[in-house]
Design a protein around this ligand. Sequence first.
Ligand code: URA
Ligand code: URA
Length: 248
Amino acid sequence: MTVAVEEIKSLLRFYQALGFGDLPITVSPAGKAAPAEDMQQGDAEVIMGVLPADQTGDKDDQLRGLRDYIGDCQRCKLSKQRKCIVFGSGNAGARLMFIGEAPGKEEDLQGLPFVGDAGMLLTRLIEKMGLKRDDVYIANIIKCRPPVNRDPEEEEVAACRGFIEKQIAIIRPTVIMTLGRIALQSLMNSPDLKITAARGHFLDYKGIPVMPTFHPAYLLRNPRDKMLTWSDAQKVLARLGLSAGVKK
Ligand code: URA
Ligand code: URA
């Protein structure tokens, strides 16, 4: 019993530290469900969501707080081989957020997202949209590099997804663009979504429009599909009320 309570407490503290103020659970009317005898008053408050979440500070502060909370993460086995945790970079006040899959070799070395070959193509897309990398925010579903760039495993996504969710909640971008199949399926929690069918159409993530498009690494191998990503980007620009970027 005590072990289970400790596990629940630790999970709730985790969600609280991520800034969740409420939990989607129904609490029985007072008196019906007696609290477990070894629970303290504070635990009941956490469970009922009455303790304030730590939402002080501006968006930069909140992102820093989240980064501090992640710490020298050992929550999944990717921690064993990574060099750097790649948290994300860009403008905390961004209206447009790009979400990729996981760091590759170069990102793992530099601790920054999308700084390798695929990153250069993403930078060119951003610039073609008439924006700079500093205008947008770029992050990945997974913060540590999977060995030999294999697909992240379900438990690795599960260990990390709270962090991208919290980054989105802090930044509250106007539009999200997901890059590639894994980012799309992981963010939307829908393993059956197909990138070729889903791209080009807005989806909804907690009220934020999400435009799925191809991964830049895929586009490097299939340059003819760059046209399709550009048409997805134009829909994003229209949503942002921006003109269609710089024509090249
Ligand atoms: N691919 C990704 O999905 N993310 C990066 O940061 C780099 C390459
Ligand atoms: N398959 C992927 O995983 N990503 C793409 O962007 C395209 C095909």
